[in-house]
Write a new protein. Sequence first.
Length: 149
Amino acid sequence: MSGPTEQPLVLRPRRALISSVVGASVVAVLFVVIAVLLETTPTGVYFRLADQVSIGLIGLLIAGGLLLMARPRVRADAEGIEVRNVFTTRRLPWSGVLRVAFPDGASWARLELPDDEYLPVLALQAADRDRAVAGITRLRELHAAARAH
């Protein structure tokens, strides 16, 4: 069992985080610059302030969507595991997890659950290479320790 001073294991994807922040920043800046420059376009079309604001807001919405890729996280301790993917968060006790797996050729890890179900773990991505290996190893250690009790 986990002691009061024991910190939970927290894992996040590094490359997806960097890519989503950079991509969102580029998109936001690009759309805002386009929105500002639209008024002076030589096309003969007159853009009003509402058009400019709308284009800027669309860019910010797209950037926000890209930032969703930075959400995945795993938080695990001796009691169980919490998996936060892009839209959902699930907390499971280790007794409900059959196996922590990273299938060959898969882009991310997964938790194998009873009844042939599985839960993708987007926080452990193959693109992170050694960090993903270290993360899956630590999760497997926590899982094995919990199942041994």
